[in-house]
Write a protein that binds this ligand. Structure first.
Ligand code: FE
Length: 249
């Protein structure tokens, strides 16, 4: 069965990376929650998509240059007045349930990997008892390499459309193999059966991200990808349920 990952706690249903979205996701009949992490200036790890607060909150500033208190004071847009969670708080939301973590390690506002960040994320998840339920993702090979040296947990390479276009299937799979990456994920709009078959034939797992419309969700399910992320987890669950109930032609 294709797995569903609630992207940032279901951005189009609950706002971007909101406590409400994560709490709702934790009790949904789906398999994973996707979220992104950034360090603060004073050593906290916060769950937020962008490297800055500017786009998705009422505040501004680069998270890595702010204190934990300053990040917590930001009110998330369309988030019913809520504020960003720490990684430890997010872990506590998911610990009692069955939904596993899909943790994306983001770069800083300059596009570069944060220095000495990966070991702290791993340590926090371990302390919270959630490391064994976490898959790590990143667009950055440097970050995936850092993860490999620090944990045995699965690592998923997020392959952007320009990278896929430039390298082609063979190039992407060769790089994945050379970095011992077990799984790739591509934008749903760049996914097709040929790429999935080539990936699986190379011994890697294949998934998609950003499947938000009924058409995109239907495409991911029809391909039979391992997992896809979606901003509309309730919609994805409904479509998957309907397809599973329909007798196959
Ligand atoms: Fe992400």
């Amino acid at each position: 069965m294709t797995r569903i990952a609630s992207h940032r706690g279901g951005t189009l249903e609950y706002g971007d990376s909101t406590p409400q979205g994560f709490a709702a996701t934790a009790v949904m009949p789906l398999e994973e929650v996707e979220f992104d992490v950034h360090p603060t200036r004073d050593g906290a790890i916060m769950v937020h998509h962008d490297a800055t607060l500017d786009r998705t909150t009422d505040s501004t500033g680069v998270i890595a240059a702010l204190t934990e208190g300053e990040v917590r004071a930001a009110t998330i847009n369309y988030g019913a007045g809520s504020h960003p969670l720490s990684l430890a708080e997010l872990s506590a939301v998911f610990k009692p349930g069955k939904v596993d973590l899909r943790c994306e390690i983001k770069p800083g506002s300059d596009g570069r990997a944060y220095v000495d960040f990966v070991p702290r994320v791993i340590e926090t998840l371990d302390q919270q008892g959630m490391l064994a339920r976490t898959t790590f993702t990143s667009f950055l090979l440097e970050t995936l390499d850092e993860l490999a040296s620090a944990t045995q947990r699965p690592r998923l390479w997020l392959v952007s459309p320009p990278v896929l276009r430039q390298l082609g299937y063979a190039g992407v799979l060769e790089i994945a193999r050379s970095h011992a990456i077990g799984e790739i994920g591509v934008n749903i709009d760049t996914a097709d059966a040929a790429l999935m078959d080539a990936t699986v034939a190379a011994g890697l797992e294949f998934g998609c991200w950003a499947a938000h419309t009924p058409e995109q969700i239907g495409k991911a399910l029809a391909l039979g990808v391992k997992v896809f992320t979606t901003d509309r987890p309730s919609l994805a669950i409904a479509i998957r349920d309907r397809q599973r109930q329909e007798p196959r032609a």
